[in-house]
Write a protein that binds this ligand. Structure first.
Ligand code: FCB
Length: 452
């Protein structure tokens, strides 16, 4: 691949970028120089139904897309038809697990009506994973809602948790014999922020903080109901939800007001949902915590409005050298992964890194950043934090919600015409780590000189 000539497709997708083959650096290291992960550690990549499947016509996103309020997801990554090939690919990356979501609106296209075809499809998906030795980690709700559910008030309607639990029953009855790891809901705080505060996701409401709070509460109640449904059928299931864990730091550490707003912001972003669900109490409805980690937020005290309490984000460069940003405008800060893993370990529950990745078209950066995050993960394992797995977001470039197909998160790029998968250099890096179940102590060299 590194023969120095790159086709136009290569340039667009990043496949074939002249970056060192990390395998060499990994091979040359004696075992003692590596951090070994526990046996059975789950290595995988993550996806979500609406972002990769294509043709998801029955949910609230499709309704908004066809009304021109959101970019069209269309065929997305065509994963609905290509799932078997995709699983061959991740198997070739030595993955041992795979995170994906089922699309509620396909399974229950109308209230109380069930699609055997959709359930049959997901049953094939689970079988395809199992046959390849990939442990399924199944998300039951990843941002999209069936159109019928949205029409009757969505997460603000009184019976939302009950309706969700009824759907979960169906899924567990048909897939539960082959799925042990369940994520009930993905990032309730992020969903509510976009749906009711920023207003760029359905139902497009702005500044409705109280509604956002109610929606989060309903999703947590739905989580609890789903937890009970799953455990009633499968006592040894592992049930959690995926939380968007931002690492929050005060801008000027020496200032009490900055420290105070950082603590409040951290509580709002990270603490509140776990308080609501009683995560510290015995018998909490959580078997593990799913951590989606992408970025750090630095906050300083502001003198007006909400900034006096929650602080304002500091985007300056005066924090120990220059800061790096992804194409999403999120700060890249690998050390934050270790910090959040420490922070969430305090609940005494196992942790799964259910998402971590980078939107970029700079493949050297993607390799570097992945390697830095894997080192942070290795540091957590060395500290004996109870981390059970790591899932890179994402398997392949996909529909990034209101931003459409542009931000490129994939370990594989995608040819937009044929939807062919084109593994990027970072996929090789990841594969090498998964295969060895280990990360070199000095980090993984991704410089061109390491390619030999
Ligand atoms: C997370 C979402 C996931 C994807 C990544 C980039 O917040 O869970 O679907 O969009 O961000």
């Amino acid at each position: 691949m590194n023969n120095g000539t790159r086709s136009p497709t290569d340039r667009r997708t990043g496949a074939g970028a002249a970056i060192g083959r990390p395998e060499r650096n990994l091979e040359s290291l004696a075992d003692t120089e590596s951090v070994h992960f526990p046996e059975g550690f789950l290595w995988g990549v993550a996806t979500a139904a609406h972002q990769v499947e294509g043709g998801n016509t029955l949910n609230d996103w499709w309704v908004a897309e066809t009304a021109g309020r959101l970019p069209a997801s269309g065929r997305a990554s065509g994963h609905w038809e290509r799932f078997e090939k995709d699983f061959d690919l991740v198997r070739s990356w030595h993955n041992t697990a795979h995170r994906f979501s089922v699309e509620w609106s396909r399974i229950e296209p109308e209230a109380g009506k069930w699609s055997d075809a959709a359930l049959g499809h997901y049953s094939d998906v689970v079988d395809a994973l199992r046959v390849r030795g990939l442990e399924p980690v199944l998300t039951l709700h990843h941002f999209t809602n069936p159109a019928w559910f949205a029409n009757r008030g969505g997460w603000l309607s009184r019976d939302a948790p009950t309706l969700f639990a009824r759907f979960v029953e169906r899924v567990v009855d048909s897939l539960g014999d082959r799925v042990r790891w369940w994520l009930t809901v993905n990032e309730p705080t992020v969903w509510a922020k976009h749906a009711f505060v920023i207003g760029d996701w359905p139902p497009f409401e702005r500044g409705r903080w109280i509604r956002a709070g109610r929606a989060i509460r309903a999703m947590l109640r739905a989580h609890e109901a789903a937890y009970r449904v799953i455990h009633a059928r499968q006592p040894d299931a592992r049930v959690g939800f995926a939380h968007s864990a931002a690492w929050v730091e005060p801008c000027r550490r020496e200032r009490m007001c900055d420290r105070a707003v950082a603590r409040i912001r951290d509580f709002m972003l990270n603490g509140a949902v776990f308080r609501m669900i009683g995560a510290r109490s015995r018998g909490a409805p959580l078997d593990f915590i799913g951590i989606n980690y992408y970025s750090r937020t630095i906050v300083r005290h502001g003198w007006r409005g909400a900034g006096t309490i929650f602080g304002v984000e500091c985007t300056h460069d005066h924090h120990h050298g220059s800061r790096r940003w992804s194409d999403m405008g999120w700060e890249i800060h690998a050390r934050g992964l270790l910090h959040v893993l420490r922070q969430f370990s305090s609940y005494g529950l196992p942790l799964l890194v259910t998402e971590n990745g980078l939107a970029t078209d700079d493949e050297e950066l993607r390799c570097q950043v992945l390697s830095e995050h894997l080192s942070a993960l290795a540091a957590a394992v060395e500290e004996r934090l109870d981390v059970r797995g790591y899932f890179y977001w994402a398997l392949v470039d996909n529909y990034e919600w209101a931003l459409g197909m542009h931000p490129h998160f994939g370990l594989a790029a995608m040819d937009p015409a044929t939807l062919d998968r084109l593994p990027r250099p970072a996929a090789h890096l990841f594969a090498a780590v998964c295969e060895r179940n280990a990360v070199p102590k000095g980090g993984i060299s991704t410089s061109p000189s390491a390619s030999g």
